[in-house]
Design a protein around this ligand. Structure first.
Ligand SMILES: NC(=O)c1ccc[n+]([C@@H]2O[C@H](COP(=O)([O-])OP(=O)(O)OC[C@H]3O[C@@H](n4cnc5c(N)ncnc54)[C@H](OP(=O)(O)O)[C@@H]3O)[C@@H](O)[C@H]2O)c1
Length: 366
């Protein structure tokens, strides 16, 4: 039977999770809740998503512009097995206490909530099984998800001794007209290390990681510069092969004309991705290097898109509709059209059998 999923908060993340839920054959979208009848409410109606007002007093405003609503958020939650809370930062933790706990509904939160306020954090590549059957789980932020994905690949391959990372963060999302900076680079936070390392530790407490972050005037993507001391000796080729073996990582080459976040987003547009969403973490092939048992690489993070996959896996984990991480990850990737690396890294170009083996494993083909 399909899991019934409600989406509370239909902004950047909520609308993407709603679309992703609608694509899964083991999930049913019972509705989306909003505070106001703006253009996103009309789009939800066009898509056939049942629309709910955040509270009863707001229903009239929707009806006044001709939008039919199915009720209030509480009515929506009565129809659902689980709610994904994608309301603005900090509101999720309030909703947990004031709405979800009293109603006894399972809830998934986003990275804007504090780990301690929710009690558990999630990344599908790192700790899927820890979320099995839990009532309240937070999917870690876009930056943390990006770090967790590529670092878990390195950890599998060679064991992580120490991570140092510099995060160049987008100043705002494309729709955020009132946020900046527009002509500055802001150390953000100005204190070192930044909160991103401790956030990674909410899913992988054993990793020694410290991060520094700045904000820059761009809306397209974040960009990470990562240095990892590893436990055992590895070659550059082994690291590239490991990255290539993960569907949610995408090796890209500057030499192919993908030398910037702008060109990577253009690739995503050319691929016909909805809203140009790049669910995979792009890693610049040329940047991958190993020096004295230290792995170096640069990656991008499409902040609006990467976490959508983990939200879907988290729904399966908390409802225990799928207990095996790999099976859930594969289902999600298949339904979404995740494609992995743009093409094999140069070191595998003359090894078609190895490439075939990797593909078979990725798709679970014996
Ligand atoms: N944007 C990113 O890049 C990103 C990446 C990773 C994680 N996150 C996290 O995801 C969460 C959501 O962020 P977002 O970027 O999607 O924010 P957002 O675009 O501002 O969307 C949140 C939406 O919630 C709606 N809302 C406000 N109060 C509500 C209420 N009481 N009940 C129901 N809906 C309400 C608002 O729309 P209406 O007022 O029109 O209803 C708003 O559009 C945050 O925790 C954030 O930190 C964001």
């Amino acid at each position: 039977m399909a899991v019934k999923v409600a989406i509370n908060g239909y902004g950047n993340i909520g609308k993407r999770v709603a679309d992703a839920v609608a694509k899964q054959n083991d999930m049913e979208l019972v509705g989306v809740a909003k505070t106001r009848p703006n253009f996103e409410a009309f789009v939800a109606r066009e898509k056939g998503y049942p629309l709910y007002a955040s509270d009863e007093a707001k229903i009239a405003a929707f009806e006044a512009v001709g939008l039919e609503v199915a009720g209030s958020t509480k009515d929506m939650l009565h129809e659902a097995d689980v709610v994904v809370d994608a309301t603005p930062e900090g509101m999720g933790a309030q909703n947990l206490q004031s709405i979800y706990k009293p109603l006894g509904i399972k809830a998934i939160f986003e990275g804007g909530e504090k780990h301690d306020a929710i009690g558990a954090s999630f990344n599908a590549y790192c700790n899927y099984k820890d979320a099995l059957g839990k009532d309240y789980v937070r999917v870690v932020s876009c930056n943390t998800t990006g770090l967790c994905r590529s670092l878990s690949a390195i950890d599998n391959l060679a064991g992580i001794k120490k991570v140092r990372a510099v995060l160049v963060r987008r100043g705002a999302d494309p729709v955020q007209v009132k946020k900046g900076p527009i002509n500055a680079i802001i150390p953000n936070p100005p204190t070192v290390p930044s909160h991103h390392g401790p956030d990674v530790n909410t899913v992988m407490p054993q990793w020694n990681i410290a991060t520094i972050a700045v904000l820059v005037p761009t809306t397209l993507m974040h960009q990470h510069n990562i240095m990892v001391e590893v436990e055992s000796g590895v070659s550059r080729e082994e690291v590239l092969t490991e990255f290539y073996s993960h569907m949610r990582l995408m090796l890209v080459r500057a030499g192919d004309g993908l030398g910037s976040t702008a060109e990577i987003i253009e690739l995503s547009r050319d691929l016909g991705r909805p809203r140009y969403d790049l669910w995979e973490i792009p890693i610049w092939e040329e940047s991958v290097n190993v020096v004295d048992q230290e792995v170096f690489y640069m990656q991008g993070v499409h902040q609006e898109a990467d976490i959508i996959l983990d939200n879907i896996d988290c729904i399966r984990a908390v409802t225990e509709t799928e207990k095996d991480p790999q099976t859930s990850i594969r289902k999600t990737d298949k339904a979404m059209g995740v494609m992995g690396s743009f093409r094999p890294p140069q070191c595998l170009e003359d090894k078609p059998e190895e490439v075939r083996d990797i593909h078979s494993k990725l798709w679970g083909i014996e």
